[in-house]
Design a protein around this ligand. Structure first.
Ligand code: PXP
Length: 253
């Protein structure tokens, strides 16, 4: 998802992990992540995000293979920084790979990847992915230290963890977390990073994040798949897409 056909366009990556969660609850093939990816494309998604977890709790290796061969949208593979996941990414060459923490020791207190503390572990993995032409991003807390570490690692993209913002309860907390995201988005752009954001975004909290002009992409999953139970996946994605566009228009971004 590198192209900016519309300068103001905020890309939407739809995370379809939880389509696989529902399928896996019964085994079998339904609901099919491939079909979800096709619906997402028709509804205005710009990319498909999947997280192949080490325990394969939702998306499986077979899903990755099927999606890689069949869908029109670019795939953003979320992956732990492990040899196993590196080998899988190199074999399937998704458009993008977002390195996420899966174990406690890989995380910052806010839950993002500890890019600063894990520099030596991450560096060879980032290099191998980039050598294979995969666009690498790091999922990090909105924190200057982590942004600087990401820039030192030479990644072109970071994804800001919006979880603390999404889970904030009081107006003060929400304002504080939004201010952190705003500062981080500005700092990231100043460091030459393309800025993405995601986690916990819903119809109710997406507008202020989507209005941040530095952001190029949001990745949204759980809420959309949950909402699809009530209104269908196509309608859920279209409404999110509409809110993101509205935020951009209103902010003049
Ligand atoms: N971005 C990253 C890096 C993620 O790991 C996830 C899933 O936790 C998301 C975005 C999407 O988050 P959610 O499913 O809460 O929308």
């Amino acid at each position: 998802m590198t192209t900016h056909l519309r300068p103001n366009h905020l890309r939407l990556g739809v995370n379809i992990d939880h389509v696989a969660t529902i399928r896996n609850a019964r085994g079998g093939l339904h609901p099919c992540p491939l079909r979800a990816a096709d619906v997402a494309a028709a509804a205005g998604a710009d990319g498909i995000t999947i997280h192949l977890r080490e325990d394969r709790r939702h998306i499986t290796d077979a899903d990755l293979i099927r999606l890689s061969g069949a869908i029109s949208l670019p795939i953003n593979l979320e992956m732990a920084a492990t040899d196993e996941m590196l080998a899988i990414a190199l074999a399937h060459k998704p458009h993008a790979a977002c390195i996420v923490p899966e174990r406690r020791a890989e995380r910052t207190t806010e839950g993002g990847l500890d890019a600063a503390g894990q520099h030596n572990t991450l560096q060879p993995i980032v290099a191998r992915l980039q050598d294979a032409g995969i666009r690498v991003s790091l999922f990090i807390a909105p924190d200057a230290r982590q942004l600087e570490a990401a820039a030192r690692l030479g990644v072109p993209v970071v994804e800001l963890h919006t979880g603390p913002y999404a889970h904030a309860e009081t107006p003060d907390e929400i304002e504080r977390e939004l201010a952190r995201l705003t500062r981080a988005a500005e700092t990231g752009v100043a460091l030459g990073l393309e800025m993405h954001a995601g986690h916990g975004l819903t119809y109710d909290n997406v507008l202020p994040v989507a209005a941040l002009p530095q952001l190029a992409e949001l990745n949204i999953g759980h809420f959309l798949i949950g909402e699809a139970v009530f209104v269908g996946l196509d309608a859920a994605i279209r409404r999110m897409r509409g809110l993101m566009d509205e935020a951009r228009q209103d902010s003049g971004a």
